[in-house]
Design a binder for this molecule. Sequence first.
Ligand SMILES: *Cc1c(COP(=O)(O)O)cnc(C)c1O
Length: 403
Amino acid sequence: MPAISGRHFLQIPGPTNVPERILRAIDNATIDHRGPEFQKLGQEVLGGLKHVFKTKAPVVIFPASGTGAWEAALVNTLSPGDRVLMCETGHFATLWHGMANKLGLAPEFIKGDWRHGADPAAIEARLTADRKHAIKAVCVVHNETSTGVTSRIGELRKAIERAKHPALYMVDTISSLASIDYRHDEWGVDVTVAGSQKGLMLPPGLSFNAVSDRALAAAKTSKLPKSYWGWDEMLASNKTGFFPYTPATNLLYGLRESLNMLLEEGLDNVFRRHDRHAEATRRAVRAWGLEILCLNPAEYSSSLTAVLMPDGHNEAAFRKVVLDNYNMSLGSGLGKVAGKMFRIGHLGDFNDLMLAGTLAGVEMGLALAGVPHKKGGVAAALDYLIAAKAAPGKKQPAKLGVA
Ligand SMILES: *Cc1c(COP(=O)(O)O)cnc(C)c1O
């Protein structure tokens, strides 16, 4: 690799750019995790997380990637052979479904086209048909990171209620928490799964379960084996700010800083910023004459945008041109859409000029790679960003096509 000046643009939808403030916070001496200084840190982060999940329930922190928190959600609440209803929204939903199979559960998969979110009517119909309540949990990915489609978690809860079904409701918010509005308590979610390296702006290595009273009750009779992932010892230690095994102390320094940053900006402002950058990105994509993978404007993701390549053009070759020439990483096509589309991450520590640079890199890359497109995508995005600054009070159409 030749030496490259300037900084790398990490525009994959996670891990995201880690801000200086968080890097500096992590860069401190590791302390005794059984001592009084740690106790204060533990209490601060365990308390602060509740605000981000919008919950009064406990939030458990694992030293693990998001996949670990997926496993913890299942093994703490369910028993071998339990039926679980899952929705095929994309690659990550497919991986979670695969994990449920490996753990000895009996997942049912509501088929999807990878261009829509989980369907409330389909869930209601399946749960209504399950008169004996064999289904023990409904598992949904809030923001499907492989497709840029956001499922409507509040509406899905209403569908479960209409079916009068007691199944637990589990939601993966790994690429939505602290980027897209999410409400653990209000939406009646029993287990929320999250990770550190996306909206929370941290390096990879922490993951989370927010745990409702119903989930805690289910944990009492759950028979899947667990030790490391067990909530019981974790919650018992967390009561005093400690952990049952060595926590990722330095990442917790970073988490404390992340929570401070989110509080300073205000969660609603964080969500509005993500909505604005997503809409500007979609305007650029349309001006290029390219197609957005997500087909329902009410389900457009504010964390990332997945863009279909024109026929005969491979996403991997295009991304290589962008990386080699502009030192920017874009997201690849995952699973069954590999080769067919690329993903622009616009979540985490991000601002208008970073987005402008990102979109400029895409537009120049399309030209260099010989991908058919129209000029003017960056200009269309800038016009939208300027209008948002010129009339900050005026409500911008956050999502085209939705009033
Ligand atoms: C990133 C991601 C995962 C996987 O998380 P890891 O931290 O890689 O284990 C799962 N689900 C979604 C929605 C994701 O975005």
